[in-house]
Design a protein around this ligand. Sequence first.
Ligand code: FE2
Length: 421
Amino acid sequence: MDTDSKAAFAPRAPRAWPTEDCSRIPNWIYSDPDHYQAELDRIFYGPFWTFVGLECEVPNHGDWKQAVVGERAVILTRARDGQVHVVLNSCAHRGAQICNKAFGHDKELMCPYHQWTFDLNGDLLGVPFRRGVKGKGGYPSDFDPRKHPLRKLRVECVNGAVFASFDERTLPMKDYLGDELYKRLTRVFDGRGLRLLGHQRQRIKGNWKLYPENMKDSYHATLLHVFLISFGLYRIDQKGELLQDSRTLAHNVVSSRANSSETKEAREMRSLKADFQLNDMRIVTPVQEYDDDVTIQNVTMFPGLTVQQQQNLLQCRNVIPRGPNEFELSWTYFGYADDTEEMTQRRLRLANLTGAAGLISVDDTEVFEFSGAGMRPNADRDCVVELAGRSPEPPREFGDMVSEGPIRGFYDFYRRIMFND
Ligand SMILES: [Fe+2]
């Protein structure tokens, strides 16, 4: 065997981060299967919150919906106590999935295989043949149903948004996000009742991390999203804010305000499509509804949720990993319970901007697949992340949006989890 062949069969050396700082990201972390498994264990099953739905999706006792944490199917339920619970969708008996539909309504959850039956909070209510048949067999006399509930996840609801975690160490949401970020999240989830407007799902051939990166890199919108630029929804000269949780750098907010003056650069970008007109302008005609002039606010929470307010469009975009080279993007569109019919229609019209075939989002999906295709065979190379410096610290005030600082912030935190750096 020659030296090259020997090297091919040698165990891989542990791979380190290529640079001291986060100005480089190694391509192999977007495709390596072992690394992906470690991400599931340390991140998705670790001390972090995953968005699993809205309370208004399960309004009544007996309502349930399926959701996913990491790759594990879970069930979000409304139990007898009126509370929402999240339990593992895997029977405590022989591990079979109990619920197979997206939504349902049942007094209890019964496994289709051997009919172990659980209360909606996951407690085991009954098992067939507990005392055997005609006094013979059955479970041992000390078999205790209380010891065999469905696995229960930790749950926290933030004014109608439901988060779950497998790890008891996960911080309460206010501490998890920090005061500033929590304030931005509760600007949208402000305590008013919510109304579900719809869902969309999309499978994308790329690594899950591409999504939070995309949401942290706001300046791509001025280059990639021609629709936004053409109709003046987002411009390079728009005043914006890149705010990171100063403790972890893992969570961040990108927000921007409408402005009336237009710079030469922005005019030039728009002039490319000056003769483009929409037949129905209502799709880009929002009304102000919050007590501020923030037109776009993206709260991106580690690991993979963005709560977006884009004018009157409200949505949760949740990343579900599906292997190292694929992820699912799950969109939950909502409004407030007290919305007028006119406002609901406005939100639904604006929803055309995003989703699987959204006028804006479709561009992102396409480039995620370009990224996946370009990175997978080039795992020995690194990405360059040096825009606005090499440090993870971004500008904190409304001002310049052209920065990759929040991406460096994400990896500063990620390295501490995955590389013990
Ligand atoms: Fe985008």
